[in-house]
Design a protein. Structure first.
Lengths: 318, 224
């Protein structure tokens, strides 16, 4: 940084070393200040602990990975999670089962609006607690209409259900014709053969096109690094499911892939105190969901007119 | 600056030095400002208390008779030991007040009667067997054991019972296919109190929090 002493060169003859004492002092003062400013501006880098590792940067596309590649990736994720949260997780890559198409049915007559599903989902799927990311939004609507404009999700009465209202939990509808998948510029989200639309969090670039395309507001963006208390981390994880996300990627309901592809019911289903949620394989004629779609008199798909063809059905008793 | 005074005139060099020094001082001041940031804003995110674990509990609302037997809960099971107090072979008499409401004896004061619209199902022996209090009795005369209570409920609530048998009413937790793992089917009395089956109101779990502090809760619900 020799600039500041330029004007002095004429009137101050350089000493034998080629630099006068004054210009040396000036240059070094400026240099020190400049370096200090640079160092302070780089200070946030010290706090960065989830920078892209070489392995993640070199990682292949999910569908192109061999089982060996995937084993390495799972090992890397386990190590990363252990480093960040101090809990050794069990991460698996569960594949869709043959002859299985998942369908969700929700009984609007039974839902009491207690929001237990919302929080069971957060606990199961390692969503950020602050800022809060929730996959399920429970809408309260007045009886006699199904008007989302009149819906309220901030309701906080002392007890639910309230007279004159019904409750409608909305989450990812796992569309058969998903608009979010169409808009993804990097193919980081796609529909699997069992009907679940998944996201590869390592491939997502965080452009949020899918969030804009989704008519159900089902997709959530990680504006910050997710904050999960250590004692609330669910160590049973899946690659396409509930492994902790990074800052700057999308996430959404995936029908608890880590549970459902292992045969278990989703967390929101098992916690429902009213039995309003029904989940299962629609291709199995003996399943509850097949029975409901066959026999219940009324069922709707939310925003049916958009042609997204959700795999999430709302129905009524009686 | 000194070089300007020494030359006695404002040279180009002098001006350049002035500007450069000015820049250096500005940047240095900015650097100090950024490091100290005296007008630091508060934390961007409001703290959010972790949700109470009771909202994450998948346990059903109530424990049914088979659960009590399984848990060997002697205290709760003593309620089913009818002939500790009642006399065998002598059906208990029921008393009603002037509005035909059942007067619940003080020994059974934990029972709130509220079955049927306006509590019309107010006869203990509509469901209990008066000749053997350790059994239940359906209206067609069948006797039903306490652990098989859904059959009794189904004798009046047929369509609901059909739904329950298939799994469309109530909850079957565990695995979504019996071939993959065990399925736990809840009984009617796991969710409904048989003496007052309508769901009681419960406290809802906290609603969604906004990123930068919450809005005041909406005005009290008013039915349309």
């Amino acid at each position: 940084m020799p600039l500041p002493d330029l004007p002095l060169r004429q009137d101050e003859p350089p000493t034998e070393g080629g630099m006068s004492r004054r210009s040396f002092l000036r240059t070094s003062a400026v240099l020190t200040t400049g370096l200090a400013a640079l160092a302070s501006s780089l200070k946030p880098l010290l706090e960065l602990d989830d920078y892209t590792s070489v392995q993640r940067f070199m990682q292949k596309y999910y569908k192109e990975m061999t089982p060996d590649d995937m084993a390495k990736v799972l090992k890397r994720i386990e190590a990363e999670v252990e480093k960040q949260y101090g809990v050794r997780p069990h991460v698996r890559d569960l594949k869709p089962m043959d002859g299985v198409q998942f369908v969700y049915c929700l009984n609007l007559t039974r839902c009491i609006g207690c929001r237990k599903c919302v929080h069971a989902c957060v606990a199961e799927n390692n969503q950020s607690r602050n800022p809060e990311i929730q996959y399920i939004r429970v809408l309260r609507m007045p009886h006699g209409s199904l008007d989302i404009d009149k819906a309220e999700h901030n309701y906080a009465p002392p007890t639910v259900p309230e007279k004159g209202f019904f409750y409608m939990p909305v989450q990812c509808q796992q569309c058969k014709n998903p608009p979010c998948v169409k808009v993804c510029p990097v193919h980081a989200t796609w529909q699997e053969t069992d009907g679940i639309t998944v996201i590869d969090y390592d491939w997502c670039i965080g452009c949020r096109y899918c969030e804009a395309a989704c008519p159900y507001w089902a997709r959530r963006f990680n504006f910050t690094k997710p904050e999960i208390p250590k004692d609330r981390l669910n160590p049973e994880m899946a690659y396409l499911g509930n492994r902790p996300r990074r800052q700057g990627v999308m996430e959404k309901c995936h029908f608890c892939i880590q549970r459902t592809r292992a045969g278990k019911m989703p967390a929101c289903h098992d916690v429902c105190p009213a039995g309003a949620r029904k989940f299962g394989n629609v291709l199995d004629p003996n399943s509850e969901v097949a029975y409901i779609l066959r026999t219940k008199r009324v069922f709707i798909q939310l925003k049916e007119e958009l042609g997204t063809s959700p795999r999430f059905f709302y129905y009524f008793d009686v | 600056m000194d070089d300007r005074s020494r030359n006695g005139s404002s040279t180009n060099h002098g001006r350049t030095a002035l500007v450069l020094w000015g820049l250096v001082v500005t940047f240095a001041a900015l650097a100090v400002f950024f490091v100290l940031s005296p007008w630091r804003h508060g934390p961007l995110l409001q703290p959010i208390a972790p949700v109470d674990r009771s909202f994450l509990d998948p346990a059903p609302n109530r424990r049914a008779y088979p659960d009590l037997v399984k848990a060997k809960d002697e205290d709760a099971l003593s309620d089913f030991d009818c002939y500790a107090c009642h006399e065998k072979g002598k059906p208990p008499t029921l008393r009603y007040d002037e509005h035909q409401r059942l007067i619940v004896p003080k020994e059974h004061s934990d029972i709130v009667m509220g079955h049927g619209e306006q509590g019309r199902n107010n006869n203990c022996f509509n469901c209990h067997d008066e000749n053997n209090l350790t059994l239940l009795q359906a209206r067609d005369g069948r006797t039903v054991k306490f652990q098989d209570s859904p059959q009794l409920c189904g004798s009046c609530h047929g369509p609901t019972y059909e739904d329950w048998e298939v799994g469309a009413h109530g909850r079957i937790s565990g695995y979504w296919d019996a071939a993959l793992g065990p399925r736990t089917r809840l009984l009617c009395v796991n969710c409904h109190n048989p003496h007052a089956p309508t769901f009681q109101g419960r406290q809802p779990a906290p609603g969604p929090h906004l990123l930068h502090g919450d809005l005041p809760p909406p005005a009290a619900a008013s039915a349309p």
